[in-house]
Design a protein around this ligand. Structure first.
Ligand SMILES: *Cc1c(COP(=O)(O)O)cnc(C)c1O
Length: 360
């Protein structure tokens, strides 16, 4: 619903396609799953699927219901269930709708094998636990699973794993070594790389990459800006100033009065709060743009509003445009200030925020 309250999330389809193509250029031999889980990291699953419909090699998400909805909407590309199946019903849907499913534990495999007719062709991503210790088969479990699968010739098998530290010092070599040791002489397809590995570890590109955050134009690295990686922001969260106050020395701002004016200042009240998805923990000093000029937030973020310093932007009055993150202000910077990551900012975008979206 369009509202007259000035907040809006503007989404750029062109940026999304640019970022997807960039992931493909990084790994030219590989195909790329467009990861659209979590409602496409808060951008809207349907919008992102629509924008990438012509060019995505496949779409990866979590819920069978969403996968089936994509099939019903005519999406013909492979669709990958990143956490695999949760029920016998899911197992049936995998076969019926030609979904590709992760199998990360023996229980899932048994459910799938017992449910689906052995003549039916199945596409399985066998997930190996190489040290993240979240999901995946262990080296002990793997041989008997592979034996079970060998008895079902109608299976397209890909081996996959997930990196815990592709963006950080520990790197991926240790997990890649475990993967190779577990996979033995495996010559079939492999899928290893998230955004961080796509951008920094060519050795791990494999046959299918899995770009997530980079599609949405944020950096997977704490120490590298998205722009330096040639990524373009997809979401710009914008609003406007709806109130102006003048503070004297000693005046405090907002709930708890956590910011105290040290000089006379002008502050702008922005129509954006934590109920819109802005992080409540963003402290005073978090960057924000007013009329395209960079300034800082002041005091606590409340449910529907936050305050910012407009002392040095005298033209800023009621109605002045504000950018919370996006074009001109990387979400990563706001995230770092709020002690979180851009992934969380995007996913937290509230449903009450109107979205401005043109698919072309
Ligand atoms: C979410 C997810 C990705 C994408 O990760 P990014 O860091 O956003 O690129 C890749 N692989 C798996 C298994 C995931 O769950």
């Amino acid at each position: 619903m369009k509202t007259s309250r000035p907040i809006c999330a503007r989404l750029a389809a062109a940026a999304l396609r640019h970022n997807y193509r960039l992931s493909k250029q990084q790994a030219p031999q590989a195909k790329a799953w467009a990861v659209v889980k979590a409602d496409a990291y808060g951008h809207g699953q349907w919008r992102v699927v629509q924008a990438l419909r012509e060019e995505a090699d496949g779409f990866a998400l979590l819920e069978v219901e969403n996968a089936v909805a994509l099939r019903d909407a005519g999406i013909a590309q492979p669709i990958l269930l990143l956490e695999g199946i949760f029920s016998v019903r899911d197992a049936r849907a995998v076969a019926e709708y030609d979904l590709t499913t992760v199998i990360h534990c023996v229980e899932q495999l048994e459910m799938l094998m017992l449910t689906v007719n052995p003549e039916k062709r199945l596409k399985i991503y066998l997930k190996l636990n190489t040290g993240m210790n979240r999901l995946g088969l262990t080296a002990t479990e793997l041989p008997s699973v592979l034996e079970t699968l060998r008895q079902r010739p109608q299976i397209d098998l890909t081996l996959m794993t997930h990196f815990a530290d592709a963006d950080a010092e520990r790197g991926i070599a240790w997990q890649l070594n475990r993967f190779k040791a577990m996979a033995g002489g495996w010559r079939g397809p492999v899928s290893l790389a998230n955004s961080a590995a796509i951008l920094s570890h060519p050795a791990a590109h494999g046959d299918w990459i899995r770009p997530g955050i980079m599609l949405y134009g944020a950096s997977p690295f704490a120490d590298q800006a998205a722009e330096a990686l040639n990524l373009q922001p997809v979401m710009t969260l914008q609003s406007a100033i709806i109130g102006v106050q003048t503070l004297n020395i000693g005046d405090r701002v907002g709930y708890g009065g956590t910011y105290t004016a040290e000089r006379q200042m002008r502050i702008g009240i922005v129509a954006c709060g934590y109920a819109d998805g802005y992080p409540r923990h963003a402290p005073s000093g978090t960057p924000i743009l007013v009329m395209g000029r960079r300034t800082r937030t002041l005091g606590r973020v409340s449910m529907d509003m936050l305050a910012c310093d407009i002392s040095d932007i005298p033209q800023a009055a009621i109605g002045a445009p504000v950018t919370l993150w996006g074009d001109g202000l990387p979400a990563d910077e706001v995230a770092i200030s709020a002690d979180t990551i851009a992934y969380e900012l995007f996913c937290a975008l509230a449903s009450r925020v109107p979205v401005d979206w043109a698919p072309t």
